[in-house]
Design a protein around this ligand. Sequence first.
Ligand code: SF4
Length: 192
Amino acid sequence: MSLADDISTCRLCAGQFAATATHHAPRPVVWFRPSARILIAGQAPGARVHESGWPFTDPSGDRLRAWLGLDEATFYDRDRIAIVPMGFCFPGYDARGADIPPPLICRETWHDRVMAELGDLDLIVPVGLHAIRYHTGHRGSLTEAVQGWRAHAPRLFPLPHPSWRNTAWLKKNPWFEAELLPELRTRIRDLL
Ligand code: SF4
């Protein structure tokens, strides 16, 4: 069985998810093949992705594809682009309806093995602070991490999460769309 198959059958968080307000079962969204040279490293599936079984099938995905300059066919070409979130399953909502962060056990169990299988990538795009921390070791704020993008380019571009919750952040930081995104799109075009 491949590593992707092993992750697909993982049920380590079954008890934890059953105890959330959503009472759901694990459904890992696994989207990588060893041939991929570009990695999109997300946070965790949301409720819509939990239903579809495909990563980023939601408004966040539409915004992310626009940021990257990718159509759906290219974005979902697993042979070229791996999409690996810090938690492979929807973590659920807490009693107040807030998103629960990706379970730490997922990263501890799977991520080093996934990264070893993907090998020497041409481009890593961590999306959101959890993924940025794993892929860069950054310990400060999201804004500091994204503002420091030139220190990692052209092999890594840290992004905020494309959720509507970050629309105010985007307005406050216009350099992100004016400076970082054009460089990232050029890099992706060159690689594809
Ligand atoms: S979140 Fe990760 S560790 Fe937990 S059940 Fe899903 S695949 Fe397994």
